[in-house]
Design a protein around this ligand. Structure first.
Ligand code: ATR
Length: 276
């Protein structure tokens, strides 16, 4: 039976197995394909992935924290988007060859209902999630500005990535952006986003606010932004869309039908409905 899985450390909390199994069920493939979870410590990742690819049962994996950079390193072939972002979240195995992709960027692009072309966008953060967001927004025609608590990291990201017109900002005016994307971990452990990030609740109306962080239930930022009249895209919707893009890599683009994505969304959200 062809296998798929998510690899992370820890991985027990991942919603990907439920979400991807729902997709396989919606496609009528649940008896044929499986999607599980594999917990690998950083030291085990490369050897185990090489073994999975060589053995032939697994056709691919999603890769999550902390392995997204190692996933790039273990691959024989790297998609240009993953290369540019510097991280891979999807591996496909065929005849022992490992191919790496990044679906966080196209997933974010699909999750955005608005077209970012020509908009001014503020990305908060400078880690791997920020790089995916910067790539997604830049390639869709947005003018990207990046703020990070540690400014030098933001500067390094702009320097390393091929994103003409992107620039670092130290004191952004949140009212100046049509689109604001939080890629920092603020909110994950109860931090106040309006204390830690350069955001003002009074300046969120009529903007698109994306919070890539997801925990149990909607984040404070998503909740407040929705209350203040922003169009909110939450981290779970991005998870759903990146998962759908990964599925398309393994099974073919034709499988990416709206009913399949709806089934994934229902499984990912469980009892907590989307905020907007
Ligand atoms: P990932 O690769 O998942 O994006 P990461 O590399 O650990 O994760 O980055 C986490 C991001 O959250 C960083 O931009 C970090 O800012 P620093 O570079 O200054 O560390 C940001 N972050 C974490 N806690 C924060 C806080 N309390 N306030 C502001 N930014 C914070």
């Amino acid at each position: 039976m062809p296998g798929l899985a998510v690899i992370g450390h820890p991985v027990a909390h991942s919603r990907s197995p439920a979400m991807q199994t729902a997709a396989l069920t919606a496609l009528g493939l649940a008896g044929e394909w499986t999607y599980g979870a594999i917990d690998l410590a950083p030291g085990e990742f490369e050897a185990e992935v090489a073994a999975l690819a060589a053995e032939g049962e697994y056709r691919g994996v999603n890769v999550t924290i902390p392995h997204k950079e190692a996933a790039l390193a273990v691959a024989d072939e790297v998609d240009p988007v993953a290369r540019e972002i510097g991280a891979a979240n999807t591996l496909a195995f065929a005849d022992g060859v490992i191919s790496a992709f990044n679906t966080d960027a196209p997933g974010l692009r699909r999750a955005l209902r608005a077209n970012p072309d020509g908009r001014r966008a503020l990305v908060l953060g400078a880690g791997g999630a920020a790089r995916a967001a910067i790539w997604a927004l830049h390639s869709a025609g947005a003018v990207v500005e990046i703020w990070n608590r540690t400014e030098s990291r933001a500067a390094a990201v702009v320097e390393e990535m091929d994103v003409p017109h992107a620039r670092v900002v130290t004191d952004p005016d949140p009212g100046a952006y049509g689109l604001i994307v939080n890629t920092t971990s603020v909110g994950l452990h109860g931090e106040d986003p309006f204390a830690e990030l350069p955001l003002d609740p009074d300046q969120l109306a009529e903007r698109v606010v994306v919070d890539m962080v997801y925990a149990e239930g909607p984040s404070t930022l998503s909740q407040v932004a929705a209350e203040r009249g922003a169009a909110v895209v939450d981290g779970l919707e991005i998870l759903v869309q990146q998962g759908a893009c990964s599925l398309a890599i393994w099974l073919g683009e034709a499988k990416l039908e709206p009913e399949v994505v709806d089934a994934m969304r229902a499984a990912a959200y469980g009892d907590t409905p989307p905020i907007a």
